[in-house]
Design a protein around this ligand. Sequence first.
Ligand SMILES: Cc1cc2nc3c(=O)[nH]c(=O)nc-3n(C[C@H](O)[C@H](O)[C@H](O)COP(=O)(O)OP(=O)(O)OC[C@H]3O[C@@H](n4cnc5c(N)ncnc54)[C@H](O)[C@@H]3O)c2cc1C
Length: 451
Amino acid sequence: MEKHYEVVIVGGGIIGTSILYTLSNFSSVKSMLLLEKRGFVGEGTSKSSSNSQTLHVGDIETNYTMEKVIATKAASELILKYVKTLGKAEAKSMISPVSKMVLGVGESEIEAIEKRCDRKFLEVFPHIHLLRKSQIGVVEPFIIKGREHSEKILAAHSREGNMVNFELLSRSFVSHLPKGKNAKISFNDEVISIEESRGIYRLTTTKGIYTADFVLFAAGGYSLYFAKSLGYGNDLSLLSVGGNFYYSKRVLNGKVYRVQKGHIPFAAVHGDPDLDYPRRTRFGPTVNILPYMEKGAPSSAYKYFKAVGVDERTIESLLKITADKDLLEIVAKNLLYAIPDIGTYLFLKEEVNKIVPSLRYDDLHFFKEGGGVRPQIIDKKKMSLVLGVVDIKGEGIEFNMAPSPGASACLKEALSSSLYITKSLGERFHKEAYSKIFCSDESEWKLLTQG
Ligand SMILES: Cc1cc2nc3c(=O)[nH]c(=O)nc-3n(C[C@H](O)[C@H](O)[C@H](O)COP(=O)(O)OP(=O)(O)OC[C@H]3O[C@@H](n4cnc5c(N)ncnc54)[C@H](O)[C@@H]3O)c2cc1C
């Protein structure tokens, strides 16, 4: 039998669950269903071992424009506001304060940090302080230990960072659905195909058939696969960028990011504490271009190539993107890091020792269970990689793809999708109730809902 819902959400990661939470708590939509192919929510890229657990606010991301910084800050603060609505134990289980810095090694990186921390930037982030070499040693002694005396370094440091377990945050969202509302989740239920007829969508899944007035895909790179099956997103293509981690014993107190090269949309290798393993420091992620959608899923290659949509324009875009000197250098280095043993040694020398010079080969271990895939979207018109979340909106349908810092921006994505869904269905969004928790005034609302 076909079951009908007003809204079906495909994918129970941090994006799908935050949309289900927002739509069910703050709108008049009466029936909604979330379909997740795994047995739990938050088990894909949102899993705590898959990503770097950073709440990105824009203060240490040197590749963001000032506009992006302001938008990122407003978006990530929604998570802090959500956590305030929870009991202490639940909040503590998923978020933890952490100090963080962006470290510049050598003249050009130091210059980039000094330029970044101008008056305008410090007005937005008054808690950021520049630390010289001796001051860095007080905060993070292992950054200094074993470092060449003559090597110049500078850091922009904050004591106000946060680490987030996005897997637990996804679970929290679905445990705070309003009682009595028809908001359901079906696990182990994989969407195989979707068709549209007279404004009604029909989803065929491993468990049966569902129909819906509105369907939202929050299924990572698979969202683009389904978009193309319905004729959307033909100006877009996909680069699956895998990222692995290594770990050592705990050598850093907080998060240490590096200055980002050029316009690369993903972070350079950084060192982080791990919420799941407090005695470890994690290093990564690496950058591996993969021909599939998910970590360890070569069987998704067919869907990957469908999402890529191999044509002349895609190939031209890929050639232009990979001709970028900075990207080419990163990809080439990471190809070498994938070679067993020698790769680990090169990763240590080229990346880890720039942060912690005293670590040796035997100190570093590959984090087998860790890592994930970022669905980096290619804009075929501009022939460039898109920074951040991409959303395709159509009639009664939406497709979301969220590489980093997608998890940090989940509640902003949820607000934008909820507004679009309610408008499309002629339902109401309860702005007043929403604003009581998430938004203090009209200018903040404007910032969250623009763009
Ligand atoms: C190495 C790495 C480091 C990162 N670090 C950070 C960080 O520090 N901070 C940050 O904010 N972001 C970070 N990110 C990005 C962040 O992890 C993602 O933006 C976020 O997890 C994406 O969430 P999602 O819900 O879109 O995807 P997912 O969590 O992957 O969820 C998609 C869900 O869809 C389900 N699904 C797929 N296909 C189907 C189908 N056909 N039917 C049913 N269900 C389906 C999957 O099982 C999955 O549960 C990082 C990413 C990577 C890879």
